[in-house]
Design a protein around this ligand. Structure first.
Ligand code: MN
Ligand code: MN
Length: 335
């Protein structure tokens, strides 16, 4: 199986690149070929400011937006499974809905990154940096809600909710019935919106507020997208339900500045030519401000990923200063 695949790639690569690969088989697809790999960039979708101060308890609250029932891991996995499980996309009337779910799935991975970096920034510097374990450098863990941040990770995010419950596949709904799945997705995005608003209300930390403000806007696009999909599919008028909960994104300054730029009415298609019928569903007017909904080829703006400093007291990553006493001891034993 592998050999056949490798030969095929090799022949294609030879043709496209005009050069042989020699004895070792190529392990990548030729440039320009669509690849079934997720393409990652060392960039993040939100311009995250540095937190005012380390805040492990805020980090534990933000975990809800990552690994909670309505968190970004759930949206990614719901839309990913629903798109791979989609039956009948060869039927002309079904394809635009398949394209919509697949397109939204792509964006959710970027949201996982934004929430995770927020948690990691809040945890950076939360315990005392140093290499002497007798000073109890991790004592802050005794007062912190999520002890796994200190014991099971290098003061970083984990796939769990704000109560420390691991994310589970029970959070995925993929019934195979399009109307039911779209209804679920509309509900999921509204529930996610409620959770984001409540996390925003817990803290004035600028990093959390920047991240939540951005995700309120983008999640709002997904609420509109699934509502419009149900309207196109059934003729129901879901515009009357907006907004759920009953508070406008424009009341959040970090969201308002992005909506003033129009980010609440754009669905990014990520340059993929394969999902070309999205605009047959994502169309018309925004139900709240009447602006035009648009599908844009391309990616949203991105920013460099934050650098997380080493935490030597956790041996994270473990390239700490050389322990001279240990080296002397080893040298003595080696004679
Ligand atoms: Mn999201
Ligand atoms: Mn979403």
């Amino acid at each position: 199986m592998f050999k056949v695949g490798a030969d095929l790639v090799s022949a294609r690569a030879y043709r496209i690149l005009g050069k042989p690969y020699g004895a070792s088989p190529p392990t990548h697809f030729p440039q320009g070929e669509p690849s079934p790999m997720i393409t990652r960039f060392d960039r993040v979708i939100v311009d995250l400011p540095t937190p005012k101060n380390p805040n492990p308890n805020a980090a534990s609250l933000v975990q809800e937006l990552l690994g909670g029932k309505f968190g970004e891991m759930s949206t990614l996995m719901n839309y990913t499974f629903q798109s791979m499980n989609f039956r009948g996309k060869d039927q002309a009337q079904a394809k635009p809905f398949y394209d919509l779910i697949s397109t939204i799935a792509q964006e959710e991975h970027g949201h996982i990154e934004a929430v995770t970096f927020t948690i990691n920034l809040l945890l950076s510097g939360a315990s005392v940096r140093g290499t002497d374990p007798t000073t109890s450098p991790l004592s802050v863990a005794e007062q912190s809600r999520n002890s796994h941040h200190f014991i099971a990770s290098g003061q970083t995010a984990l796939p769990m909710d704000s109560m420390g419950r691991p994310w589970t596949g029970d959070n995925v709904f993929s019934s195979g019935n399009l109307k039911l799945d779209l209804l679920h997705n509309f509900f999921l995005e509204c529930g996610a919106r409620a959770n984001k608003i409540r996390v925003y209300e817990t803290t004035d930390d600028p990093t959390v507020r920047a991240m939540v403000g951005y995700l309120l806007v983008r999640g709002g696009v997904h609420v509109v997208a699934y509502a419009r999909a149900l309207e196109v599919l059934t003729g129901a008028d879901l515009g009357k339900l907006f907004p759920i909960p009953d508070i406008s994104n424009k009341q959040f300054p970090e969201a308002k500045v992005l909506e003033d730029q129009g980010l609440h009415r754009i669905l990014f298609r990520n340059d993929s030519p394969d999902f070309d019928r999205v605009a047959e569903v994502f169309k018309g007017k925004h139900p709240e401000d009447g602006s035009d909904l648009v599908v844009e080829d391309g990616k949203p703006q991105t920013f460099p990923t934050p650098i997380l400093p080493a935490e030597p007291q956790l041996t994270a990553p473990g390239f700490g200063p050389i322990d001279e006493a240990m080296l002397a001891e080893i040298a003595k034993r080696l004679g």
